[in-house]
Design a protein around this ligand. Structure first.
Ligand code: PGA
Length: 254
C-alpha cells in the first residue's frame, strides 16, 4: 500500500521573510488528521537554512530544487548534494522540465544528479514529461520511456526504492491546464509497467509516482482518486497556504 506524497515546488519565489510567513501558515493550518500523506516543501536555496529550522519537530519535510552532481570544486554558482544534506534537506527535485528546457539539462546530466543525490542519502523527486508537440505526435510513451531509461541508468533495485517519480506533462506546467485524471492515469500505469520491466513487480508496485502540472484544489480530488497517482508535485498552488493545504487534504483523503 502506497501512501501519498505532496511536494511544493516554490521555484524562484519567496525571500526569507516570505518563506517564514508561508511555512508558519502551513504549520499552523495543516490538520493533525493528515496522517496518510507526506508533505515536502522545496524553497529556493536562500531559504533552506531558515526553512530547516522552522520545520524541525514538524511533520513536514525539506527538499531542494536542484543540485550539482560533483562533490565539491570549481563550479561557480552550484550547490552539491552534501551541502543540501548539511542544511537539512532530505529530498531534492531533479530533472524538472524548467531545468531541462531553460538550462539545457540532458538526460545524461540528470542521471549524474540522481546518482549523486542517492549516494548522499537524499531522496530524489525525478521529473519526467512530454511536451505538447510530442503528445500531439503520439510519442508520449516513447518520450517517457526514454527519459526513464536514460535517467535511471546504473541505478540499481536498492537505489530506485529511494526515488520518487513525478510525471509532469510540460504542457500542463504553469498553464492552468492540467492533464485529465484519465490522461495522467494512462501515463502513470505505463510508467509502472516500464519500471516493472526495468526492475521488478514489487518495486513498481511500491514506487511513488506523483502527478504535477497545474494541480489545484479544484482538480486535486479527481486526480488523487486515480489508482496509480500517489500524490502531487505542486507549483503555483503551493505558494498560498490555503490552496496547498486543500491539495494535501485531498491527497490524504483519496
Ligand atoms: P504548476 O507547476 O503546479 O505551477 O503547474 C508544477 C511544477 O512545475 O512542478
Amino acid at each position: 500500500m502506497r501512501n501519498k506524497v505532496v511536494a511544493g515546488n516554490w521555484k524562484m519565489n519567496n525571500d526569507i521573510n516570505e518563506s517564514i510567513n508561508l511555512i508558519s501558515a502551513i504549520k499552523r493550518d495543516i490538520t493533525d488528521s493528515c496522517t496518510n500523506v507526506k508533505v515536502i516543501i522545496c524553497p529556493p536555496f536562500t531559504s533552506l537554512d531558515t526553512a530547516s529550522t522552522l520545520l524541525k519537530n514538524s511533520n513536514l519535510f525539506l527538499g531542494a530544487q536542484n543540485l550539482h552532481f560533483a562533490e565539491s570544486g570549481a563550479y561557480t554558482g552550484e550547490i552539491s548534494a552534501e551541502m543540501l544534506k548539511n542544511v537539512g534537506c532530505e529530498y531534492v527535485i531533479i530533472g524538472h522540465s524548467e531545468r531541462r528546457t531553460l538550462f539545457n539539462e540532458s538526460d545524461e546530466l540528470i542521471n549524474k544528479k540522481l546518482i549523486s543525490a542517492l549516494a548522499n542519502n537524499l531522496f530524489p523527486i525525478f521529473c519526467i514529461g512530454e511536451t505538447l508537440e510530442q503528445r500531439e505526435k503520439g510519442i508520449t510513451f516513447r518520450v517517457i520511456e526514454n527519459q526513464i531509461k536514460l535517467g535511471l541508468k546504473d541505478i540499481d533495485s536498492k537505489e530506485i526504492k529511494n526515488c520518487i517519480i513525478a510525471y509532469e506533462p510540460v504542457w500542463a506546467i504553469g498553464t492552468g491546464k492540467n492533464a485529465t485524471p484519465e490522461q495522467a492515469e494512462e501515463v502513470h500505469s505505463f510508467l509502472r509497467a516500464t519500471l516493472e520491466n526495468l526492475y521488478s513487480k514489487s518495486i513498481s508496485d511500491d514506487i511513488i509516482i506523483q502527478y504535477g502540472g497545474s494541480v489545484k484544489p479544484e482538480n486535486a480530488k479527481e486526480l488523487m482518486q486515480m489508482p496509480n497517482i500517489d500524490g502531487a508535485l505542486v507549483g503555483g498552488a503551493c505558494l498560498n497556504s490555503d490552496s496547498f493545504i486543500k491539495i494535501i487534504e485531498a491527497a490524504n483523503k483519496y
